[in-house]
Ligand binder design. Structure first.
Ligand code: CU
Length: 402
């Protein structure tokens, strides 16, 4: 016994409520005619085809390769320099990147000037104190400090820092969680950047080619700015000497002046870059016996020294090796340091010549920095160095004429 599928074909042609199914005999089915059979046949076929199509569709979804996100390794640089190493771009190039969760960034350190890639703990109250650089016993906690292995992950909850790296060494950091993170160099206060880690569902604004181009452009701009500063410092020294020789109002000032480096800080959307000229300008100076030469640091942030004779052991910013003790180095009434050099074999060390750090509201005022050093030459002249940057060629010479 089967059941008629439709109310309208019931035996006595009376319309039955379609909610009821009435049993029909074989005879009745025969009487129903071929039309009913054809409808049933095509109905079954359509239903079967529908089921088959459904399964094909379902299987295609299950079998199709899923669009798994492939984590990317982005490339950036920490620092750049002129061909003679005298102009140093203290900058992350680029200093702002947008990446996806799970991506990594590899920084290359192309210069002999040291840098670190450091992410302090982020968004804590209060914010993590900035530690000394790893080479000065600082770096990340726990005490006594330390560095984080290459290819570690950073999610903002713990401090991460590379060692001080140079000469094409690399350091890679992986970013497993979304967030906006501040990047700093523990050696250079005004070398900062930002890494924006976005969920993989978000699209990224730039590709690697864009960052490469931006880094090259920024490097060129910073090194060009450094060259302009170098010219400016040389021109200033020459003008000052010209005025002195003409007996101008600057008679009280030093006749012989040398700039101990010059630099500037440049802000960007992601942080700040610094360019520092690691040179004595002018490199060689001729004076007469009894003359006093004055050195001035015109860099807003980078410390330098003027060091004759024996170099002090391991000068470590920001804990400077002090100047040679009195009576070798004394303090003039205007706060500048002063030494007298009678012999070419004498040792005189200025200590760190450095501008005062920028004041911040709510923090103690920083004292006036010592930026000037004077030496009176009573004997023959000699060569000298910046104890911090002599390896970059920051060396000078004083030639004393009788
Ligand atoms: Cu220096």
């Amino acid at each position: 016994m089967k059941f008629a599928a439709s109310c309208s074909i019931h035996q006595d042609k009376r319309m039955q409520p379609c909610t009821e199914w009435a049993p029909i005999s074989l005879q009745e089915r025969t009487n129903a005619g071929y039309g009913v059979k054809i409808i049933a046949f095509w109905g079954n076929l359509a239903a079967r085809a529908g089921i088959i199509i459904f399964w094909i569709f379902a299987l295609s979804i299950l079998i199709a390769p899923r669009a798994v996100y492939a984590a990317k390794i982005w490339q950036a640089a920490a620092g750049a320099q002129s061909s003679d190493e005298g102009i140093q771009a203290l900058a992350f190039l680029p200093n702002e990147l947008w990446i996806h969760t799970g991506d990594s960034i590899t920084w290359t350190f192309p210069t002999p000037e040291i840098h670190t890639v450091t992410f302090l703990r982020q968004d804590t109250t209060p914010e993590q104190l900035r530690p000394p650089r790893p080479g000065a016993g600082g770096g990340c906690s726990p005490p006594p400090g330390g560095t984080t292995p290459d290819k570690s992950s950073f999610d903002g909850s713990t401090c991460l820092t590379s060692p001080e790296l140079i000469d094409a060494q690399t350091y890679t950091v992986k970013f497993p969680t979304p967030g906006n993170f501040k990047l700093v160099c523990l050696v250079h206060n005004n070398m900062t950047g930002a890494v924006h880690v976005l969920d993989t569902s978000k699209s990224l604004p730039h590709n690697q080619a864009f960052y490469d181009k931006q880094a090259r452009k920024r490097q060129a701009e910073l090194l060009s700015a450094g060259a302009d500063l170098e010219d400016q410092a040389m021109a200033t020294e020459q003008n000052d000497q010209g005025e002195d020789q003409q007996g101008s109002e600057m008679k009280q000032g030093p006749k012989d002046a040398v700039t101990v480096g010059i630099g500037e800080i440049v802000a960007t959307g992601g942080g700040s870059d610094t360019v520092s000229v690691m040179r004595f300008l002018q490199g060689s100076i001729h004076v007469r016996v009894g003359d006093t030469v004055e050195w001035t640091n015109l860099d807003p942030v980078t410390p330098h020294t003027v060091t004759f004779g024996t170099e002090p052991a391991n000068p470590v910013p920001p804990s400077p090796v002090p100047p040679s003790p009195p009576p070798v180095v004394t303090v003039d009434s205007d706060g500048a340091l002063h030494a007298t050099l009678a012999s070419s074999s004498g040792s005189v060390h200025s200590g760190f010549l450095q501008a005062a750090f920028q004041d911040q509201t709510g923090l103690a005022q920083t004292p006036l920095g010592v930026t000037r050093f004077r030496v009176t030459f009573t004997g023959p002249g000699t060569d000298y160095i910046c104890a911090l940057h002599d390896d970059l060629g920051m060396r000078g010479r004083v030639i004393v004429h009788r």
